[in-house]
Design a protein around this ligand. Structure first.
Ligand code: PHE
Length: 358
């Protein structure tokens, strides 16, 4: 008769010293597999007398159960250790700095838009949006463009094909000012918004591209005057260019949708072919602005005797060029990765007023 106690001892020892899940599996096959040692004992019971079977049966079954549990326990133990080793080896160190071998970068126009949004948001402006494809009413009529105003003509404006039913010709918006109209139509004053976005004009040279970006500002309340306009814009310029004592002038101008209208210039020096801001005898035009024309308020359903306000609009790409020394506007929209690698910003350098804006 085989020594069951010895067999159990041998198996348990072998299981205990098995170092891999495969080794455990080999022992399982050798003991409990089809022609395994314990399976052989169970099979052999048929040849025993009833008395012997009654005596041997529980012993062999017990042996099979204990060896089975020992195998399962050892297997679980080894699997847990293997997993632990893998987790250690494959661990990701989240404190590692990002790899500088980055491919993508943030376009200067978008960086500057984010800077502008951050500055105006701090002053309490909300961001508003409107469609790139506009109708004549929002782009021109509601903004007090007289019916035959030259800016409506083909040489400035991209017109879409006329609608065959109505004859209506939509336009690619020529400025962000239609967002003023949409905002006044959809919101009750007081209003304080900026509207960054794409704009389109038939123009192309070193300082003009058919698509460019503007940011519009609009403030409507009961007693807004040009002093507010001046303060907001001077504060903006001071933050944007990081200059303390902004030297600016407001030069009378004309826009159909503001009255009075002005262009804002910053003092600059152009000697030696280099542009320096806030010093010198020259002036650099940076934006258009004015008090919202009563006709515009009326077209948007506001009573000019009750509400008034100011608006301004500026070219974002131009200001990006100025701030970051980009010499030519055209390559800005050519999507050349080498240009972007040079002028682009890291996605981690998101502008925020607390950490500075350049
Ligand atoms: N929409 C004008 C432009 O594109 C800029 C502007 C906006 C001027 C708001 C005054 C007020 O030139």
């Amino acid at each position: 008769m085989i020594d069951l106690a010895q067999l159990e001892l041998d198996l348990i020892n072998a299981i205990g010293s098995a170092e891999t899940a495969t080794a455990v599996e080999d022992i399982r096959v050798a003991a409990l597999g089809k022609s395994g040692s314990i399976s052989g004992l169970l099979k052999g019971m048929g040849a025993l007398s009833p008395d012997e079977r009654r005596e041997q049966g529980p012993k062999i079954n017990g042996l099979r159960d204990r060896v089975g549990s020992a195998l399962a326990a050892r297997k679980a133990e080894l699997e847990a250790a293997e997993l632990e080793a893998r987790l250690q080896a494959e661990r990701v160190d989240l404190s590692l700095p990002a790899r500088p071998r980055r491919r993508g970068s943030v376009h200067p126009t978008m960086q500057v838009m984010d800077e502008m949004v951050a500055i105006f948001a701090e002053m309490g402006f909300a961001v508003a949006e409107g469609p790139d494809i506009e109708d004549d009413f929002h782009n021109f009529t509601a903004l007090n463009f007289p019916p035959k105003h030259p800016a409506r003509e083909m040489h400035d404006t991209f017109f879409l094909k006329p609608n065959p039913q109505t004859g209506e010709r939509k336009v690619l918006r020529t400025h962000t000012s239609p967002v003023q109209v949409r905002t006044m139509q959809s919101q009750e004053p007081p209003i304080r918004i900026i509207a960054p976005g794409r704009t389109f004009r038939k123009d192309s040279d070193a300082t003009h591209t058919p698509m460019f970006h503007q940011i519009e500002g609009l403030v409507i309340d009961r007693d807004i005057h040009m002093g507010h306009l001046k303060w907001v814009l001077e504060t903006f310029v001071a933050r944007f260019f990081e200059i303390d004592d902004v030297q600016a002038r407001f030069r009378p101008h004309h826009f159909p949708f503001t009255e009075p209208s002005a262009e804002m210039d910053i003092r600059c020096d152009r000697s030696g072919g280099k542009l320096t801001l806030n010093t010198g005898d020259d002036w650099l035009e940076i934006l258009g602005c004015g008090m919202v024309h009563p006709n515009v308020l009326r077209a948007c359903g506001l009573d000019p005797d009750e509400w008034q306000g100011f608006a301004f609009g500026m070219g974002v790409d131009r200001l990006a060029m100025l701030k970051y020394g980009v010499p030519d506007l055209r390559p800005m929209f050519e999507a050349d990765v080498r240009w972007l690698a040079h002028y682009g910003f890291s996605a981690y350098a998101a502008p925020n007023p607390a950490s500075g804006l350049s």
